[in-house]
Design a protein around this ligand. Structure first.
Ligand code: UN1
Length: 505
């Protein structure tokens, strides 16, 4: 490998249209988790400038809402074109900034392209309903209008894709966007903002300035979005602790929040499971992205009859997993984002050990020196769902529990505060259907014969309980970015009142 991550990142940023003079001299230090070296020192957005970005987004909204929705779709199509052209560079920059392996960095950009395509089609389908009226010569319709600037607070682990789920929909819905990316991953956000700027220029005069605002810096900037009444919708991705604060504050001013918070996702392995397929799915689900997806598989609930056929094989896969520099083609598991993440993993493993857990793997892998934090994924056999199992630790730890009846497995699966994703491995359709039934998984996502992560953009993405209840991306998630208006229309010459009320003056 010739170029250092920092040198490479700077070349990529220049290719992507980010002004190099923006990368030095500021107080926000951005490191690559690949080596821990500093890539950039960014200037942070001042509170007054953040307020101005919100004001500009508000002005942009007033113009943008009048642009026909299919024309707004054309703008998102142009963003998709920019992303297609930039996929290799942006995907690599994602890998360098947050440490995911290259195919996952590229996959993240593909996810952005996919949601752009989805949104383009949707721009001709923002449909309302036509409802029967109880009154003669009346009809009732429902229509959806743009709502205003949408605040997007994104996390480091999907630094650009999750923004695109929100922004592609917001843009076609007639909204502007103000984005506060994670302070651990602002560079990819700056690159995306540059691409959007190019799409705006290609789009022409009816792309108003301020359509996308970018706030670079810490938590207080997110707080400005959360508290500003000009921002009717705040979409936040991150920890449950963060989401609770965001949700409460946005609710206090009667704003709408879309929360995508912690997951503690489980898969149930039943006696009828295809174990070869299960093994591969579990490996990707639990160790992919170094365990740093909100959809990462964190708990494996295995039937006693297949436990001994699966777990020793899985332990062998764990022992052989290639942890290393994510830019190398053979690597499957890259670094954790930083030392705090590694310390949290160590704490969780210590708690698991104290609770009687039998740990395979874990510990620090020696890659690229002291400034980076590569962890060996850990498999933890444990008898009960103790506290550390019920918490989300954003690291590659997979807890394995044994069960005997499907009812018991589903109770374990649901017996955590989070409710994002889940899956079952089974070929017995009765067990599959029980898992998918009203009495089955309580999660927003329930998969069959696959892991818990790696959702496509076409479905609604999000989860229940402490995951926050929000839905983003596909299906009818777009409705959260618009306001609904019910229209009762009287085309007759009399004025019948509903519910038979009379009021003759
Ligand atoms: C996240 O971790 O915040 O389903 C999003 C998945 C990805 C998105 C994850 N498509 O794993």
């Amino acid at each position: 490998m010739t170029a250092t991550p920092a040198a490479e990142a700077r070349t990529l940023l220049a290719n992507l249209g980010v002004n190099p003079s923006a990368l030095d001299g500021g107080s926000l230090i951005v490191r690559s988790p690949i080596t821990g070296e500093v890539i950039a020192r960014l200037g942070e957005t001042a509170p007054g400038d953040a307020a101005e970005a919100i004001a500009a987004a508000q002005r942009a909204f007033l113009a943008w809402r009048m642009v026909p929705a299919p024309r707004r779709g054309e703008f998102v199509r142009l963003i998709g074109e920019e992303l297609r052209a930039a996929k290799d560079d942006l995907g690599r920059l994602v890998s360098i900034e947050v440490g995911k392996v290259l195919s996952e960095g590229l996959g993240e950009v593909q996810e952005m392209i996919d949601i752009c395509d989805f949104a383009v089609g949707l721009s001709r389908q923002l449909y309302g309903l036509c409802l029967p009226s109880e009154r003669g010569d009346h009809r009732i319709t429902e229509q959806w209008h743009p709502i205003g600037p949408v605040g997007v607070i994104s996390a480091f682990n999907f630094p650009v894709a999750v923004w695109s789920w929100n922004a592609a929909l917001a843009f076609i819905c007639g909204d502007s966007v103000v984005w506060k990316p994670s302070e651990k991953a602002p560079l990819t956000a700056m690159a995306v903002a540059a691409l959007v700027g190019r799409a705006m220029r290609a789009f022409g005069d009816d792309a108003p300035e301020g359509l996308l605002g970018l706030l670079i810096g810490g938590r207080a900037l997110g707080g400005q979005l959360v508290d500003d009444p000009r921002v009717p919708v705040v979409s936040a991705t991150g920890s449950t602790r963060m989401g609770r604060a965001v949700g409460e504050r946005v609710a206090r001013r009667f704003g709408r929040s879309i929360l995508e918070l912690g997951g503690n996702n489980a898969s149930i392995v039943t006696p009828s499971a295809d174990l070869d397929l299960t093994l591969r799915a579990v490996a990707f689900g639990a160790m992919g992205t170094a365990g740093q997806r909100c959809t990462t598989l964190r708990r494996l609930i295995v039937h006693a009859d297949v436990y001994d056929g699966l777990i020793p094989r899985l332990a062998k896969v764990y022992a052989g997993i290639r942890v290393g520099d994510p830019r190398l083609p053979d690597t499957l598991v890259g670094p954790l984002i930083d030392g705090d993440a590694f310390a949290a993993m160590e704490r969780a493993l210590a708690a698991a050990r104290a609770a009687g857990g039998r740990i395979h793997g874990g510990g620090r892998a020696d890659v690229n020196g002291d400034g980076s934090f590569y962890a060996r994924p850990a498999l933890v056999e444990i008898d009960e769902q103790v506290d550390c199992v019920r918490e989300e630790t954003f690291a590659p730890i997979l807890y394995v529990l044994k069960y005997r009846t499907l009812d018991e497995a589903i109770a374990l699966q649901n017996g955590v505060p989070q409710g994002l994703s889940s899956s079952i491995f089974a070929t017995d359709m009765r067990e599959v259907e029980q898992f998918l039934s009203a009495a089955g998984s309580d999660c927003g996502i329930a998969n069959v014969n696959m892991g818990t992560s790696g959702a496509e953009i076409g479905g609604a993405f999000g989860g229940e309980k402490e995951t926050g209840g929000g839905r983003e991306s596909g299906s009818d998630s777009w409705k959260a970015y618009m306001r609904r208006q019910t229209n009762a229309i009287n085309y007759g010459r009399t004025l019948p009142l509903a519910q038979g009320v009379t009021f003759d003056v």
